[in-house]
Design a protein around this ligand. Structure first.
Ligand code: COA
Length: 389
């Protein structure tokens, strides 16, 4: 297997981008990544696009050839493949691109993620997202994603004494982090009082426990490390890649306070990278709901099971804590255009490792981790990044 490096990154602003089309967002992010890598269209061997439900959101399926065509690559007839795995579409597209380069099948691969969610009414967005739950056992009875994560939160509170205050602290932290990110959907601070008193969405989760419905796109360019220096003197190596699955329906799970797909994907990624959780300097984790940041930091091995809430309270996941989590603002405040999220997490990891993260740059970071979940945890991708120079 060849070592694979990220040689270019790009992303659009996240938010309610009513004046933009899905394809224009994809092209903007892709062009930014291609320019950052210093490559040209003729260098690109293949394209992967992670997107969850463009058919429902903007009535356009078949997204990968469209992105290839509107990027000016149509005459080259490169393979262009769309990946769908609910909110993990981006992270799993990255893994597909990684495998294509690692295997030697392709050299220069562009992996993008995009979603345009705000052109439909909120009820349609909620219904569309709900299609990633089990239709026969969950969605048919009216459960939504906030509802599923609310059940996970209730059980976590019951088993481990996790509190609403600790979940609110995740939101306050991530909103504060987003003030340093010009691409964030909500680059504004919130107070504990606002978080705790926000409109109830699905008890115990209020508005500020939820990631928003967002538009946006992100892209990266991959190359074998042995060729990366033709393009950049700061390639970032994908040191570990893990992917795992689980039951879609929560009731079939061994334990709904853990996402076993995270545990399995993380184990795979740590093993490939030859590191342990304590070696990770910062992480972008899938905080689609505040409870899931707490669960993820336990399942990724940063904290013992049941201690994720306490760790937030003790400031251990703050920018200046022992393991900064979601310094980009996370899904909560940077935004969550579902198919784009896994790639946007990668963009953040690469910018931090290159020292290009501007005002939100962390000091002395060498290893970054990204964690991208589909639905309530039926699919998961974990990637580990380190400097390649
Ligand atoms: N966090 C912070 N602020 C939010 C927000 C969020 N998640 N969602 C909306 N807002 C803000 C809006 O900007 C708006 O503010 P304004 O009045 O100052 O302009 C206000 O809250 C109302 O926005 P609106 O779009 O009417 O909210 P909504 O009630 O339609 O949707 C949620 C709110 C929480 C239901 C929606 O964001 C949601 O469904 N989130 C979860 C998405 C999801 O499930 N993703 C998949 C995860 S697996």
């Amino acid at each position: 297997m060849r070592e694979v490096a990220v040689i270019g990154v790009g992303m659009t602003k996240f938010g309610e981008l009513w004046d933009r089309s899905l394809r224009s967002l994809g092209i903007e992010a892709g062009a930014a990544a291609v320019n950052d890598a210093g490559i040209e269209g003729k260098d690109i061997d293949a394209l992967y696009v992670g997107t969850m439900s463009p058919g429902r959101f903007v009535r356009q399926e078949h997204m990968a050839p469209i992105i290839s065509e509107y990027s000016g690559l149509v005459d080259r007839h490169i393979p262009a493949t769309r990946i769908e795995s609910a909110c993990a579409s981006g992270g799993i597209a990255l893994r597909e691109g990684f495998m294509a380069v690692a295997s030697g099948l392709h050299d220069i691969v562009v992996v993008g993620g995009a979603e345009k969610m705000t052109d439909v009414p909120g009820s349609v967005a909620t219904d569309t997202l709900g299609m990633a739950a089990d239709q026969e056992w969950e969605a048919a009875f009216g459960i939504t994603f906030p509802g599923l994560y609310a059940m996970m939160a209730r059980r976590h509170m019951h088993e481990y004494g996790t509190t609403k205050e600790q979940m609110a602290m995740v939101a306050v932290k991530n909103h504060k982090n987003a003030t340093l990110n010009p691409k964030a959907h909500f680059p504004r601070e919130i107070t504990m009082e606002q978080a705790l008193n926000s409109t109830m969405v699905a008890d115990p989760l209020g508005l500020f426990d939820c990631s928003p419905v967002s538009d946006g796109a992100a892209a990266v360019v991959l190359a074998p490390l042995e060729r990366a220096r033709e393009f950049t003197d700061r390639p970032v190596v994908i040191a570990g890649s893990g992917q795992a699955s689980d039951t879609i329906a929560l009731h079939s799970r061994r334990d709904i306070t853990t996402t076993d797909a995270t545990v399995a994907a993380a184990r795979m990624a740590y093993e490939m990278a030859g590191i342990e959780p304590k070696d990770v300097d910062f992480a972008e984790v899938h905080d689609c709901f505040t409870i899931n940041e707490i669960i993820a930091t336990e399942d990724l091995g940063f904290f013992k099971k049941g201690e994720g809430g306490k760790a937030v309270e003790e400031g251990r996941t703050q920018r200046d804590g022992e393991i900064p989590v979601n310094v980009s603002g996370g899904l909560k405040a940077k935004g969550h255009p579902v198919g784009a999220t896994g790639i946007a997490q990668t963009v953040e990891a690469v910018l931090q490792l290159r020292g290009d993260a501007g005002k939100r740059q962390l000091k002395d970071v060498e290893i970054g981790l990204t964690h991208n979940i589909g639905g309530s945890g039926a699919s998961c991708a974990v990637h580990i990044f380190k400097r390649g120079w």
